[in-house]
Design a protein around this ligand. Structure first.
Ligand SMILES: Cc1cc2nc3c(=O)[nH]c(=O)nc-3n(C[C@H](O)[C@H](O)[C@H](O)COP(=O)(O)OP(=O)(O)OC[C@H]3O[C@@H](n4cnc5c(N)ncnc54)[C@H](O)[C@@H]3O)c2cc1C
Length: 366
């Protein structure tokens, strides 16, 4: 069995590590010049989105032998709507760095991989399929799956982010669900350290947004500076336009496995996808090693995607006043319950409660 992995990101490298543990050496093809050769960004793993697993860093090492060191754990999240604020406290998850940094998640995974990585690869999927018995598609978006009509795109988002200098509490993240600065989207502040953080907004590309990304960005940046009472000078920035969020109809077709964002690991609600990307890479390797069936192993991740889509569609039907009410309710008892109750999957419960009120295209809900 000859296995090609197309893409040396989270899912591709997780797949390679798992194959190696089972005695198989894949060949990895990466189009860029090195692992993580992209903009630097701070991302989060929130435990509320990985249920039934509460601590995904511990689970990755204990259950799958994948060792990742986050930048920090998250002990507090400040959640803002237009007029309300909720403070959620407890062990909420982790922050981590992505991209060119030495300790980015992809750099850490790279150090755990022995298999050869062919950088600056220009191989197409078709070329790899003709040369290898199995191909793992791990290119970080649904483009290839879309070409083969295997991808259902549910929305696209545009994202703008900057690294800023200032004074931050590395255990606290901030989130905004406020349509005056991010219509139908959200904003985040994620510290890399006590002195640096990333601030970003993600906005779906809907025709009724009414403002350009630059206009919204200015409003957001002003708001964050005002709320933190700091200047927050910018040291780096990135922008992504029309990033597709969707899911594959089949996780495996013939001997091609779709993993990570190629499968649809990025959740439509808040754009989280790291944990699902890592798991999908592991599960594809399990199938290749005869340890399970990829489609079956992916079923819980497919369901999480669907629950998240229901939440996205539900929140899109709310006004700022409706979101204010939810954020007010999350301050105190309900917020604490949501994040701390380990036996309940809040995403699933919310999706079942909201499903009757949400308009979803046929075939999306399971
Ligand atoms: C701005 C932004 C913020 C995010 N924030 C969060 C967050 O806070 N929390 C969270 O959980 N998730 C977040 N996500 C989602 C998360 O980053 C992704 O779900 C995850 O990285 C997907 O992993 P992957 O393996 O599919 O892709 P990646 O890790 O992106 O890896 C894809 C790799 O494939 C390579 N590649 C691409 N095309 C080819 C080709 N043709 N041939 C060979 N190689 C190729 C790329 O260079 C790259 O190395 C965010 C995403 C974005 C864009």
């Amino acid at each position: 069995m000859d296995i090609a992995i197309m893409g040396a990101g989270l899912s591709g490298l997780a797949c390679a590590i798992t194959l190696e543990k089972n005695g198989i050496t894949p060949k990895i093809f990466e189009k860029r010049g090195r692992v993580g050769d992209r903009f630097v960004n701070g991302e989060v793993l929130l435990s509320i989105f990985s249920r039934p697993v509460h601590d995904c860093i511990a689970s990755l090492s204990e259950d799958f032998g994948i060792y990742l060191k986050p930048a920090s754990n998250i002990q507090k999240m400040e959640l803002f709507s237009k007029n309300e604020k909720a403070i959620l406290e407890g062990q909420l998850g982790f922050t981590n760095i992505r991209g060119r940094e030495q300790d980015s998640f992809e750099s850490q995974l790279h150090r755990q991989v022995q298999s050869p990585i062919h950088f600056h690869s220009e191989h197409t999927y078709e070329q790899l399929l003709s040369q290898f018995s199995h191909v793992v598609m791990a290119t970080g978006d649904g483009a290839y799956a879309k070409e083969t009509r295997n991808f259902r795109e549910d929305l696209t988002v545009s994202i703008k982010g900057t690294t800023v200098e200032g004074q931050f509490d590395r255990y606290t993240i901030m989130a905004w669900v406020d349509y005056t600065i991010a219509p139908y989207g959200y904003g985040f502040l994620i510290p890399y350290s006590e002195k640096e953080a990333v601030i970003s907004i993600a906005i779906p590309d809907y025709p009724n947004i009414g403002h350009s990304m630059d206009q919204l960005w200015d409003l957001f940046y002003q708001k964050v500076r005002h709320q933190l009472n700091q200047d927050l000078p910018v040291t780096d920035q990135f922008q992504i336009t029309e990033y597709p969020i969707g899911i594959c109809r089949s996780a495996r077709i013939g001997n091609t496995f779709y993993v990570g964002n190629c499968f649809g690991s990025m959740m439509p609600f808040m754009g989280f996808g790291q944990y699902a990307a890592l798991l999908s890479g592991v599960y594809a390797a399990y199938d290749l090693c005869g340890l399970g069936k990829y489609e079956e192993l992916m079923e819980p991740l497919r369901q999480s995607y669907d629950h998240s889509l229901v939440l996205r569609r539900a929140i899109e039907q709310l006004s700022d006043e409706g979101i204010d009410r939810i954020v007010r309710a999350m301050q105190g008892y309900w917020g604490e319950k949501l994040f701390q109750t380990k036996t309940v999957n809040p995403l699933k419960v919310a999706s079942y409660l909201l499903r009757p009120y949400v308009k979803i295209k046929k075939g999306v809900t399971s």
